[in-house]
Design a protein around this ligand. Structure first.
Ligand SMILES: Cc1cc2nc3c(=O)[nH]c(=O)nc-3n(C[C@H](O)[C@H](O)[C@H](O)COP(=O)(O)O)c2cc1C
Length: 388
């Protein structure tokens, strides 16, 4: 415990600043129920992720149940301890404040999930249902900020970014079909007229509505409007379709080289031809990846497909920060399959090999299986090189 409390915790706003000074976007990995646990966070951190999210944790259960606390949130006592945001699902200000108070010594900040579309969450007025409850969301973040301040944490936004006691409070949202509702929501939740007087340190926007399936591309136009309206008042992260750094559906001065991909927005030009228009999003501060980083934890290090080394790094991290064996297998089946990047659909294992892997019954079998497959592929590559 003393070890972890001694580790210097870095303020997320400082990370935003470092990324901007390096003329790039901030790289973050998304909250993913079931998946974004410590061993995975450590793996993506090794491959260039600046800031990691835990899966959503239900604040009420976390506050009341020691078992929930032990199983939902793990930190490393021996490092590496990636800069981490703990995400909560909550609908009562005091519940979010209390849960945040419990995790604050071990984390860079806390985040409220206003995006989960699942029916059970919405029925309990959590997740995306909160997009219709802007005053409640504002009350949850202000109560939490006040609780952390009373506990002795520095929650003074940019002015506290150098403090080792600095902590952030943020929210992750979806958009409404009518973007004016999203703007009303953001106005209410960030509050204050200026950057110095806001209620949230930063905002993550997933530009899909509660009803939009994840197979539908994100709405880049709404992201452009929201970032140009609010990007000077609050740092904004994009969650959605961050599949590879080389093929984002927009351009930004903080992306170099800029992607070659285009959006669905096409402006009619002369004659029958249309010239695809790529929207520029200069006020976006960072990226958050979910499905793509699950398949390829090395995404931010510039890999378009998962390398074997990332599999090895993940297994090493699992050995130190164990995950249930079935969950480890699920992670590996994601990492060994074709990823989300359209430019590179190579897979470490083919479909048949992946089914074979899923039949492994323990870690020893699994490690032997992967070692053997990797060695066979290495040998084939060498033979191919010689033949070629
Ligand atoms: C397996 C999985 C679990 C998720 N769990 C959460 C969660 O706990 N909290 C949350 O805010 N979003 C959650 N999401 C949504 C993602 O954080 C993200 O907003 C969404 O998948 C869009 O990003 P992508 O296109 O990079 O996948 C989850 C997504 C996936 C695929």
């Amino acid at each position: 415990m003393a070890d972890i409390l001694d580790q210097k915790i870095i303020h997320p706003l400082k990370l935003f600043n470092i990324a901007t000074n390096e003329k790039r976007l901030l790289y973050t990995s998304a909250p993913m129920v079931r998946y974004s646990k410590l061993a995975f966070r450590q793996t993506v951190f090794e491959y260039g992720t600046d800031l990691c999210w835990t899966p959503m944790i239900l604040a009420k259960e976390f506050n009341r149940n020691q078992f929930a606390r032990n199983s939902d949130f793990t930190v490393s006592t021996t490092g590496p301890q990636p800069p981490t945001i703990v995400q909560f699902g909550a609908n009562v200000p005091q519940e979010l404040a209390r849960a945040s108070s419990l995790v604050a010594p071990f984390t860079s900040g806390v985040d409220l999930n206003c995006g989960c579309p699942q029916s059970w969450a919405c029925a309990a007025t959590m997740g995306a249902a909160l997009m219709e409850k802007r005053e409640l969301v504002r009350d949850m973040v202000t109560t939490t900020r006040e609780q952390l301040r009373q506990d002795g944490w520095d929650v003074g936004l940019d002015k506290d970014m150098e403090s080792s006691k600095g902590r952030s409070v943020s929210v992750k949202i979806r958009v409404h079909k009518d973007l004016r509702k999203t703007m009303d929501f953001i106005e209410t939740v960030i509050g204050g007229p200026s950057r110095e007087h806001r209620n949230v340190d930063f905002l993550t926007i997933h530009p899909r509505t509660r009803q939009t399936p994840s197979s539908t591309p994100i709405n880049v136009e709404s992201l452009e409007i929201l970032t140009s309206t609010y990007g000077d008042r609050v740092p904004i992260l994009l969650s959605g379709d961050v599949f590879t750094l080389n093929a984002l559906p927009f351009s930004s001065p903080l992306l170099s080289p800029n992607p070659t991909f285009t959006t669905s927005s096409e402006v009619p030009e002369t004659g029958t031809e249309t010239i695809p228009r790529r929207l520029n999003i200069p006020k976006l501060a960072g990226l958050m990846s979910a499905r793509a980083i699950l398949a390829n934890p090395a995404l931010y290090a510039g890999y378009d497909a998962c390398p074997w080394e990332a599999v090895e790094a993940f297994l090493n991290n699992v050995a130190r920060a164990p995950l249930p064996f079935k969950l480890t297998l699920h992670h590996l089946s994601e990492m060994c399959a074709p990823g989300m990047a359209a430019s590179d659909k190579t897979a470490l294992l083919n479909k048949q090999e992946r089914s074979e892997m899923m039949r492994c019954e323990n870690m020893i079998d699994l490690i032997d299986f992967l070692d053997e497959k990797r060695e066979i592929k290495r040998r084939r590559r060498r033979e191919g090189d010689i033949a070629g």
